[in-house]
Design a protein around this ligand. Structure first.
Ligand SMILES: *Cc1c(COP(=O)(O)O)cnc(C)c1O
Length: 381
């Protein structure tokens, strides 16, 4: 068995407590002990999303299943949907809404910059808009979009507000109710630190009202919220077989998050980021986004001219057993992505990475000052 330090854009290393939960015996999907676990997962997820929404659960599948669930229930053919596209995942949201028959209006922003809420407001003002969709933490660029400001734009124009918080949930403050977000989804394997395979999701009252008013049924059975709710909610009737062990492990990961406390966890992510940013700066590297909008859990490093990024990542992986991410979409070959998510958001991981990064750069003939990165990270506040 090979174990890596997973410092890419996800998955992140899973705490052993959650891995052990995967070894629990399989129970039937309607076993009272399993149903109690599902109920606990809902309650814990409400705390993590900071929402009172009763319709909060974990869909089977990765983050993209959450995206599919949110849009499949809320988009009706012909709906005008304004989508913020300043990275790869915003683009995926736009394409998914188009495939569901929406009239999609993309508000495009530079990759590596946060979106300007005024541009979103202008697009919303042009015609009656059913839905506003945005990504809180753009994993492809390392940028945080201003969720509260964007949600306020949607609310002002009477559009439902939909948020992708796959990378932010568990690592940055995500307060669904306070933001004014009507539906949001995430993924289990990034800052939540659970195995891949579940997508937490929450729907508020305004979103439920739109689903109730649909002219045609939701065009998917697997992702039909109200049907799935009959399994997760009071009725406890079969919808599909839940991935039993995955739910156990997810429950355990959520328990660890709440035991640590959300505020402490956010500060841990911020502190690891500060150490990494200081180390990289001392080694002569820059981060792509402006300082005020950088994600703590996903650091986009601008590649200098002439650096063979594939060879660098290969050295890190095969010699140091550290995985980092390449650029995605428009940023392929232009950035490296270093994730500090969940368990890996700590200074020991940062020091390990910086030392290995320096050695790998040296093998490529790009030697930074010896030890400068590690020293700066150790000295960072
Ligand atoms: C990872 C990610 C997704 C997709 O999640 P998968 O688990 O890969 O399906 C969607 N949005 C964002 C912002 C992500 O980082």
């Amino acid at each position: 068995m090979i174990e890596r330090l997973l410092l890419g854009p996800g998955p992140s290393n899973v705490p052993h407590e959650a891995l052990l939960a995967l070894l629990r015996p399989t129970l039937g999907h309607l076993d009272p002990d399993f149903l109690a676990t599902m109920q606990r997962v809902r309650e814990r997820l409400q705390q993590v999303f900071v929402t009172k929404n009763p319709h909060t659960l974990a869909v089977s599948g990765t983050g993209t299943a959450g995206m599919e669930m949110m849009l499949t229930n809320l988009v009706e053919p012909g709906d005008r949907v304004v989508v913020v596209v300043n990275g790869f995942f915003g683009g995926r949201g736009a394409e998914m809404a188009r495939r569901l028959g929406a009239d999609v209006v993309e508000v495009k922003g530079a990759w590596g910059q946060p979106i300007d809420p005024a541009a979103v407001d202008a697009a919303l003002g042009q015609a009656k808009t059913a839905l506003l969709y945005f990504v809180h933490a753009e994993t492809s660029t390392g940028v945080r979009n201003d969720a509260a400001a964007l949600a306020a734009c949607g609310r002002r124009r009477d559009a439902l507000v939909l948020m992708d918080c796959v990378t932010s949930l568990g690592g940055l403050p995500v307060t669904v109710d306070a933001f004014g977000v009507d539906a949001a989804f995430s993924g289990s394997q990034k800052c939540l630190g659970a195995p891949c395979g579940l997508a937490p999701i929450t729907f508020g009252a305004r979103a439920l009202a739109k689903i109730a008013a649909r002219k045609k049924p939701v065009p998917s059975i697997y992702f039909d919220l109200l049907w799935l709710e009959k399994y997760w909610g009071a009725e406890k009737s079969y919808h599909h077989t839940a991935p039993i062990q995955n739910v156990f492990a997810f429950d355990e990961a959520l328990r660890l998050i709440l035991e640590e406390g959300l505020e402490k966890r956010f500060e841990r992510h911020a502190s690891a980021h500060r150490a990494l940013a200081a180390g990289l700066a001392a080694m002569g590297f820059e981060l792509l986004p402006p300082a005020a909008n950088r994600l703590p859990m996903l650091n986009a490093i601008v590649l200098p001219e002439g650096l063979d990024e594939a060879a660098l990542r290969k050295r890190l992986l095969l010699h140091h057993s550290i995985e980092i991410g390449a650029g995605l979409g428009d940023l392929k070959g232009k950035i490296l992505r270093v994730g500090l998510m969940g368990r890996n958001a700590n200074r020991a991981a940062v020091i390990t990475f910086l030392a290995a990064f320096e050695e790998s750069l040296r093998t490529l003939g790009k030697a930074p000052p010896a030890g400068a990165g590690v020293a700066a990270a150790l000295a960072a506040s």
